[in-house]
Design a protein around this ligand. Structure first.
Ligand code: MN
Length: 338
């Protein structure tokens, strides 16, 4: 349920939507189920209100992984800089904690005429919009969308339900992460009455893997390094490894390696470290207990962001330097590690 403050922000958002002629929606770089699910649910909700809405894929281009979602074919393969912003009066940024989640291809600057609405749940959200609805206790942006649709009296159709189920399922790791509440299950219960075949969505998601993604998982699990009395597990995949095995960068996204490392008994923080290009290193962090070892802080110091238990960053430096910086920061941030 939304509190009073959120309800008043939600009212402002609704007014902005009602007066908008053309609305732009986007997926964040390396889009996950919550990004695509919340964006497409919003697309269906707004088009049902006869609004003209454009959805773009953003930096990463089309992600076939979500091809089973209703509305997938409506998403245009353009990034933020390839869109003529003069055509739009409202831009809704879903599940995007900062401007780098709009695009990493250049400095994101919004023209004055464009009303930017931020709907998000990231701990590190910088509230860069004209209206910001940021609820970091929500386990998924999809859950915030559900509350909004309910408040705005938008009927939840089968299409909307499918998109929201996907967002809720993926961002909560299958309803097991902190932040999942009785409200999440109330919402799921309602969505499942609308789409009883919800398990098909989950099955389509989990059995829709590309070969290269599974091959990447193999590489990543083959190179695990333990540090700090085995409390820190780091998987390191070099750019050479990727080239030799014909693995494209997109296959390294959202792979759950760090989560898997965190599952090792005694490991407090798991890190997936991928040299996606020489001089460009991507790191994903997962914490066993985000209250004890907050990885959103770790990611922030290293130039990224995210949640207390799950975060990420992109570092413009050599793999050797990135690794050194990681270890130095971990020791400073978590004194109990060494
Ligand atoms: Mn999310």
């Amino acid at each position: 349920m939304l509190n009073q403050e959120s309800i008043s922000i939600a009212d402002d958002i609704w007014k902005a939507i009602l007066s908008a002629k053309k609305i732009l929606l986007h997926c964040h770089p390396s889009p996950d189920g919550d990004s695509v699910g919340s964006v497409l649910s919003m697309y269906h909700a707004l088009t049902a209100q006869s609004k003209e809405v454009t959805v773009i894929w953003g930096d990463s281009g089309a992600t076939e992984h979500f091809s089973f979602l209703p509305g997938y074919e409506k998403i245009i393969p353009k990034n933020f800089f390839e869109v003529d912003l003069n055509e739009y009066d409202v831009f809704i940024a879903e599940d995007s904690g900062g401007l780098e989640m709009i695009s990493k291809k250049g400095p994101v600057i919004f023209p004055d005429h464009l009303k930017v609405i931020v709907i998000d749940h990231h701990q590190t959200n910088t509230k860069y919009g004209s209206i910001n609805l940021v609820i970091n206790t929500s386990p998924a942006t999809a859950q915030i969308n559900y509350e909004l649709f309910t408040l705005w009296n938008i009927p939840i159709t089968k299409e909307i339900a499918r998109c929201l189920i996907l967002g809720l399922f993926t961002d909560t790791g299958g309803f097991k992460y902190r932040g999942v509440s009785s409200r999440t299950f109330e919402i799921m219960s309602h969505l499942v009455t609308i789409e009883p075949d919800f398990s098909k969505i989950i099955s389509e998601l989990e059995n829709n893997n590309e070969f290269e993604r599974v091959a990447f998982m193999g590489l990543a699990l083959h190179s695990i390094h333990m540090f700090c009395n085995k409390k820190l597990a780091v998987s390191i995949v070099t750019h050479d490894d990727l080239i030799k095995n014909n693995i494209p960068e997109v296959a390294t996204h959202k792979q759950g390696v760090a989560n898997y490392l965190k599952s090792i008994r005694g490991v407090e923080v798991g890190v997936q470290c991928t040299e996606i290009d020489p001089g460009l290193v991507k790191m994903s962090f997962r914490s066993r207990d985000g209250k004890k070892h907050d990885v959103s802080k770790l990611a922030e110091i290293l130039g990224g962001g995210g949640h207390v238990s799950a975060s990420a960053t992109l570092m413009k430096m050599s793999l050797v330097d990135a690794k050194e910086k990681l270890l130095k920061t971990v020791v400073e941030l978590y004194p109990d590690f060494c």
